[in-house]
Write a protein that binds this ligand. Structure first.
Ligand SMILES: [Zn+2]
Length: 101
């Protein structure tokens, strides 16, 4: 039986018996200081997106319709990314109560 839960190391929800944590990358963003910080992802661009999510969620959704620069490193190579976010539109329809006109 599989154990679906949150990984205590990387924070992902997965079947823990088959789970592999994404490798560690590092991000650096000017507003957040000169030090590289750890972030887990499967690729450079994945790390840039993970940073964008983190930035947005910590900044009152400041990244909506904006683009910022981030440097991603795997410990050897550094790459620059421009990250941005767009809100999803969720449509809904509520039928109005019929009025007796
Ligand atoms: Zn993990």
């Amino acid at each position: 039986m599989s154990d679906f839960d949150r990984c205590k190391i990387c924070g992902e929800y997965d079947f823990l018996d088959k789970h592999k944590c994404p490798p560690i990358y590092y991000y650096k963003h000017d507003d957040w200081g000169d030090e590289f910080q750890k972030i887990r992802a499967w690729s450079f661009s994945g790390a840039a997106i993970a940073f964008a999510k983190l930035y947005n969620e910590n900044g009152d959704y400041a990244l909506m319709n904006d683009t910022i620069e981030v440097t991603i490193s795997d410990g050897k190579i550094e790459k620059q990314f421009l990250v941005s976010a767009e809100p999803d539109i969720h449509y809904s329809a509520d039928e109005k109560e019929a009025s007796n006109v």
